[in-house]
Design a protein around this ligand. Sequence first.
Ligand code: TXA
Ligand code: MG
Length: 353
Amino acid sequence: MNAHPNTRVLCVSPENPEPDVIAAAAEVLRDGRLVAFPTETVYGLGANALDEAAIQRIYAAKQRPSNDPIIAHIANTDQLRQVAVDIPDVAYQLAERFWPGPLTLVLKRAAVVPAVIAAGLETIAVRMPSNKVARALIDAADVPVAAPSANTFTRPSATTAQHVLHDLGGRVDLVLDGGATTIGLESTVLDLTGGAPKILRPGGVTMDDLSAMFPGTSFALRYTESDEANVSPGQMLKHYAPNAQMNLFSGPLYSVLVAMKDSAARCVEAGQSVGFLVAKEDAPHLGDKGVVRVLGKRDDLKTISHNLFAAMRDLDELGVDVILARDFGRSGLGVALWDRLLRAAEGQIIDVR
Ligand code: TXA
Ligand code: MG
């Protein structure tokens, strides 16, 4: 049964996307309408990136403010040259090494791409996804595809078609259900428009990966309440936030676990229900005052990242009042995880040091 009469859902094989399904979806895109599709990071809410009215539909469907620019997804390097101009050598080197994959490059925008995709900026964020459904869809549509994450603005990103329908059912024309995404966190956004590469959003391609190639790479992360245009848009706090209040604990692991257990007890005393977002080995230390969602083993940041957004949504579905989560360190993917947790907690860190 389809609960959303305006939204069609088509299942598609993640390994061998059925050509007829892909052709139908490509037709919807070329028609100026919206298609949600899986990428290796999270689901995207796609529209023809060369069609201004179609891009406007994305902002409307997501209830996203128009000062938050959108990534153009491409399937080949001809499309890179279609959407961007003055492409520096670094971009080609990075593309060679990391595309297709979870790296988004911010470049100078070509005039053929409507300014609305970039919230009026003179730049364009471009990514070549590796997911086979995404690749086949962009190929078949034969246009670059504008796609933000397929969640309602400020909600955790969608890593399954069910998440997409939960947030956008009735407001997207077609959802391609290609199963759960593999990485689970959004791409790394790298600005190449001014000197050395700057990481605007940490993600699947890490600082270690990038600085191995370009030692001058730096972080330019912003955690502010306001979202003034033209600095580093889309980097505002309260992004990826669950409905529950989220508390983020940081410090030596043993102290963190004790503090989380105590905090849960106090919440329950105050009449609030609690959920924990933790690693497998943490679970036995948390007492019995909350629902535990295990994200993965302590050292397995890949699995923890893969499960994070789904677990946040899961705890929201259960209706918990408070989510207690912990810091997973800053090595490799840890930076991206910390970034998402910090935004979900709206910057509120409980430091137990
Ligand atoms: O993994 C991903 O990147 C997913 C999948 C669907 O590809 N997409 C995604 O899109 O996360 P979105 O719209 O949720 O996040 C895009 C990020 C935002 O932080 C936005 O500010 C930044 O990229 N961005 C987009 N265009 C930009 C531009 N021209 N300059 C600077 N930042 C830009
Ligand atoms: Mg997003």
